[in-house]
Design a protein around this ligand. Structure first.
Ligand SMILES: [Zn+2]
Length: 294
């Protein structure tokens, strides 16, 4: 998979960039191991705006967004999911200016572990709950909501129909593997959601972090193959030994920085749970530690 990832991205924190006809991007200054150079907020339209992922609670970013929004007649805020680098600015904007928020729904769990993923915005509740396939319209644009659970259960991708662009949030990123942290993160759902987006005719993907994916179908097929390769590796290992997750990580990630091993354990767990869904493995003692083939 390494060859597929593209880390060439010129972070521009100072200006709003035009990335396509009717589409601009404003980058928040919140770089981190989870966000790459930061959150890219997409602004669609001129007079009536759709804003995808207003972003984190970063004062300057919110101020710049408010300046753009003040010149518009209508504003719709669309949230891909409730990680803290995507949704929290929506509520601050709403307190300042009349606008409507859209999303699949709030985060349903109370706990998350910020060692493995961004924190969750537990306060976000959309004004409009979107279902898979719903459209949101404004002057000059039509956005289709596609429910893509996996990274989180409330993840949505948004297709800009006029431009054949899919805004993929964290579902598909060009610079790194999407983290799937159970229990809200779900590998079975993730693989299904990857297959789902291949069926649409979008020509380019814009993730919330990093640059565009210009050959989206090929890229997504490689992502699926990579995840399935990991599942095959797990099955092969379990056909020889009854292994714990820790033992598998120390074998599969031998050449990877040890600081990343705890995150790798979550990824292996997500794959094991997916294999369990398929009826291939069982979790001995139901403790999510030691696994064996059925
Ligand atoms: Zn996320």
């Amino acid at each position: 998979m390494k060859n597929y990832y593209n880390k060439n991205f010129k972070a521009n924190y100072d200006a709003i960039e035009t990335i396509d006809n009717n589409v601009r991007r404003l980058l928040a200054r919140n770089p981190s191991p989870f966000t790459f150079y930061g959150t890219g907020t997409y602004i669609i339209g001129k007079d009536e705006l759709a804003i995808i992922d207003p972003g984190p609670l970063e004062e300057k970013h919110i101020e710049k967004l408010l300046n753009i929004i003040r010149k518009a007649t209508k504003v719709k805020l669309l949230i891909t999911h409730t990680h803290a680098d995507h949704s929290p600015a929506a509520m601050v904007i709403k307190e300042n200016i009349e606008c409507t928020t859209f999303g699949f729904g709030p985060y349903k769990r109370k706990k998350f572990d910020t060692r493995f993923e961004e924190g969750h915005d537990l306060t976000f509740k959309p004004d409009v709950y979107l279902n898979d396939g719903d459209t949101v319209k404004g002057k000059g644009w039509t956005i289709r909501a596609i429910h893509t659970p996996g990274h989180t259960s409330n993840h949505m991708c948004y297709g800009l129909e006029e431009n054949k662009i899919l805004f993929t949030g964290d579902h598909v990123m060009g610079w790194a593997t999407t983290v799937i942290v159970p229990p809200d993160g779900n590998m079975t759902a993730y693989l299904k959601s990857l297959k789902k987006i291949i069926n649409y005719k979008y020509e380019i993907f814009y993730p919330t972090h990093g640059g565009p994916i210009t050959k989206p179908k090929k890229f997504v097929k490689a992502l699926i193959a990579h995840r399935l390769m990991r599942q095959t590796q797990i099955k092969n290992e379990l056909s020889k030994n009854q292994s714990t997750i820790k033992e598998m990580v120390s074998k599969f990630y031998k050449t990877t920085d040890k600081r990343l091993w705890p995150a790798a354990e979550k990824s292996i767990l997500a794959n094991l749970l997916s294999l369990k869904d398929k009826g291939v493995v069982i979790d001995e003692n139901n403790e999510q530690v030691r696994w064996k083939l059925i």
